[in-house]
Design a protein around this ligand. Structure first.
Ligand SMILES: *Cc1c(COP(=O)(O)O)cnc(C)c1O
Length: 464
């Protein structure tokens, strides 16, 4: 990490531990049985049988003592709770957006926004839609189109801002389809679908200027806004001395609205929000909110949740925390590279993505190389990860045979403030062991699989 403040090799976790939870130790023999009973699907494994859980960084973080204190003083009044005004003021100050609507998680914000926009047959353009965002765009009858830069799919190559949108392609598309047919632009920071890669300030600005020219509103999907802001500080010219809070505030200047899953950078286990300047649109959203989430001052959350989110949104901008956060992912990536494990370069904000296609050249895509790696990591080390490959994105022909996905990745997502450097060292050690024995690892085949979101429920077994 190009940060002159970083003098020491050791990651100093910027917290001391006040409350602990035991890890799920198991023997290899037990894990063999557990995997078999789970049909080699990570989602079927009981969390207490997992030693290091890197399945997701969503809602899995640890709250601070201050947040827990906020939980105790949360105001549970139905309407006009004090905790709502704390929540609202914090988000207004951060985003500069006037209308703040609480929701129970990110996808509720998406559902409400796209229902309110009612853009049947119109296009939503983005650097990359997150999968639930895409699904909600499509359920509303609109069409989601992604414009990642070409470097996003060049896994080995370094690029400081692989999350950027391809502005030229976006403009060409707008001209081709006509600006009246573009409903909205969504900028996802960081770009989750392509490895937690950041978007530069310059790119956010260019996209906003482009969209303003054609009167297209821009919303930021800001689940990981703080990680993105810290990447800007480290990598973009002119920002190295700016406090990360100001960088984050500037990011939101290039938007007309924002939606957030608070399960990420708000450092809580549940929650989200929708924010915008358009009062009429906000009114429509609040009507939908009352139908499905709750009254405008709690939106499906308890008062204590609103309180914890307000505190978390400030804590996440602590630069000691962000340095630890980004450095932890980078440290894991460096450790894996030492053992010739092919990873997506550079490491993202919330984790590391391993290229299983390259790691297991002997396993064919229809035998799910990335899922085979997930299983091997669990079997050898009790580590849980997630497949982003043919099991998740593969299509099938008439005979039911899998057509390979473009990539076979394993995501190691890091929960916030949960694991320490020794946990990461352990993960690297397990990988080193796998690297030595990788030829012994075989692929998987399908026992049973569904059409919708197959990876959650698929049943698999090892090939003979
Ligand atoms: C997690 C996530 C969402 C969806 O949020 P949920 O809280 O899981 O519903 C949307 N966008 C991005 C970028 C996310 O990471």
């Amino acid at each position: 990490m190009k940060n002159e403040n970083w003098k020491w090799k050791t990651i100093i976790e910027p917290f001391k531990i006040k409350m602990v939870e035991p890890l799920g130790f198991t023997t290899r023999e037990e894990r063999e049985k557990i995997l078999e009973n789970a049909y080699y699907n990570m989602f079927n494994i009981k969390a207490e049988k997992v030693l290091i859980d890197l399945l997701t960084d969503s809602g899995t973080g640890a709250m601070s003592a201050n947040q827990w204190a906020g939980i105790m003083v949360g105001d549970e009044s139905y309407a006009g709770a004090r905790s709502f005004f704390h929540f609202e003021a914090t988000i207004k100050e951060l985003t500069g957006l006037d209308e703040v609507i609480p929701v129970h998680q990110g996808r509720a914000a998406e559902k409400i926004l796209f229902t309110a926009l009612n853009g049947k047959g119109k296009y939503v353009i983005s650097n990359s839609h997150f999968d639930t965002t895409k699904a909600n765009v499509e359920v509303s009858g609109a069409i989601a189109v992604d414009f990642p830069i070409k470097e996003a799919s060049e896994f080995e190559k370094y690029h400081p801002f692989k999350g950027n949108a391809d502005v030229e392609k976006m403009e060409k598309f707008i001209k081709e389809k006509g600006k009246e047919n573009i409903l909205l632009c969504v900028m996802t920071v960081t770009n989750n679908s392509w490895g937690g890669q950041p978007v530069s300030m310059e790119n956010l600005k260019s996209v906003y200027e482009l969209c303003s020219k054609y009167q297209i509103p821009v919303f930021i999907d800001c689940a990981r806004f703080a990680e993105n802001a810290y990447f800007i500080k480290l990598r973009e010219k002119g920002y190295d001395k700016m406090p990360v809070k100001e960088i984050a505030e500037e990011m939101f200047e290039y938007s007309d609205g924002a939606m957030m899953s608070s399960k990420k950078d708000a450092m809580v286990n549940i929650g989200g929000f929708l924010a915008m300047n358009d009062r009429k649109l906000a009114q429509k959203c609040r009507q939908l909110l009352i139908l499905t989430e709750g009254f405008a001052t709690y939106g499906g959350l308890a008062g204590r949740d609103l309180e914890a989110i307000a505190i978390g949104l400030k804590e996440v901008l602590d630069e000691n925390y962000l340095q630890y956060r980004l450095r932890s992912a980078e440290y894991l990536g460096e450790g894996l590279k030492k053992h010739n494990i092919p990873i997506l370069n550079p490491t993202g904000g919330h984790g590391v993505y391993v290229n299983a296609k390259k790691f297991f050249p002997h396993i064919k895509p229809q035998n799910f190389p990335a899922q085979a790696l997930c299983c091997a990591l669990y079997l050898e080390g009790g580590i849980r990860t997630v497949e982003i490959g043919t099991l998740m994105f593969g299509k099938r022909d008439e005979k039911g045979n899998f057509i390979a996905a473009p990539m076979e990745l394993v995501r190691l997502a890091m929960p916030r403030r949960v694991y320490t450097q020794s946990h990461i060292d352990y993960v690297i050690e397990v990988f080193a062991h796998l690297a030595k024995n990788k030829n012994k690892i075989k692929g998987l085949e399908v026992v049973e699989i569904s059409e919708v979101l197959p990876h959650f429920t698929a049943k698999l077994k090892p090939i003979k």
